[in-house]
Design a protein around this ligand. Structure first.
Ligand SMILES: [Zn+2]
Length: 305
């Protein structure tokens, strides 16, 4: 089963539901960062959280979440958009695992205290930014807390990861997000939340081969709903050699000269580990372009004065 997120609207029940399978997304994040098991599991939670928050966005909007805890994995950053594209990294991908790779162990490794920051680009003049203290040691509960507290939308989030038998890589992972529709309060959500608690965890259902459609159907228990759409989920990074060149052009001239003296520059994207190599000749060209740009800017300045 490839990765996707299903969006469902249940008007009578007063909720919207998102159900996602994110196994491939999580595996790719783990592979790209050569992550050890505990970091792979943490990235799986993070990528799934990103995919779910991304699916709440409108076209062209983007979301970034940063989990900055006091655990041995260091901070984790995930970005996602409304088109199902997500990327992420964790500061210490080679942190050593303890015995367990369960949700508590992942929570410990990320840290029990710290801050969850959510930044959204909603195509407005300013970015939307919210910071909430980490309280639960489980990422799905932290996201739920953020949605309830900061966005003030009654929400329930469940994310789960199953590791393979050798506990090295991701066997399956995914998540569910239930949100009260505008004008509906907590009561409507509670009904669904009780059902959610009564059924096996989402990762177990996915591991049994159930699809997001089947999981939503099980949750709705005969309540009418409309399946709006499904969006494929992909690990996708917006980096490119062009963007790296732009960043090099922005450096101070002295720093550019230092790179030229080294004879080569390698830019390693921390989101996806794509590497962009700039030869001495390319660096010289960039340096000269930057000088020209600077000169013409200075000229514009004197002309307008
Ligand atoms: Zn990249």
């Amino acid at each position: 089963m490839s990765d996707y997120v299903l969006r469902v609207l249940a008007k009578d029940a007063g909720v919207r539901v998102l159900a996602a399978i994110t196994t491939g997304l999580a595996r790719e994040a783990a592979e790209r960062h050569a992550a050890y098991p505990i970091a792979s599991a943490a990235l799986a939670y993070g990528m799934t959280a990103g995919a779910l928050l991304g699916a709440l966005l409108k076209v062209q909007e983007r979301v970034a979440l940063k989990v900055d805890g006091d655990g041995r994995l260091g901070k984790m950053i995930v970005e996602a958009d409304a088109y199902g594209r997500a990327r992420g990294y964790i500061a210490v991908p080679d942190a050593v695992s303890g015995e367990s790779l369960g949700r508590e162990a992942v929570g410990d490794a990320l840290g029990k205290s710290g801050v969850l920051t959510v930044v959204k680009d909603l195509r407005l003049r300013d970015l939307y930014r919210s910071a909430t203290a980490l309280e639960y040691g489980e990422l799905d509960k932290e996201i739920e807390h953020y949605l309830n507290q900061s966005e003030q939308i009654p929400s329930r989030v469940e994310i789960g990861v199953v590791m393979d038998e050798e506990a090295r890589s991701i066997a399956v992972c995914g998540g569910l997000l239930i949100q009260a529709l505008p004008g509906h309060g907590h009561e409507r959500l509670e009904r669904l939340a009780e059902r959610l608690d009564a059924q096996p965890p989402v990762e177990q259902l996915l591991a049994q081969g159930e699809t997001p459609e089947q999981i939503v159907d099980r949750l709705m228990q005969g309540d009418e709903y409309l399946a709006l759409d499904t969006t494929p989920l992909t690990f996708s990074c917006s980096c490119s050699k062009d963007r790296s060149a732009k960043a090099l052009r922005m450096l101070d001239p002295e720093d550019q000269l230092a790179l030229i003296a080294e004879g080569e520059a390698i830019i390693d994207c921390h989101f996806c580990h794509a590497r962009y190599t700039f030869s001495r000749d390319e660096l010289v060209a960039l340096h000269e372009e930057a000088l020209l740009e600077r000169r013409s800017l200075e000229q514009d300045d004197t002309e307008t004065q």
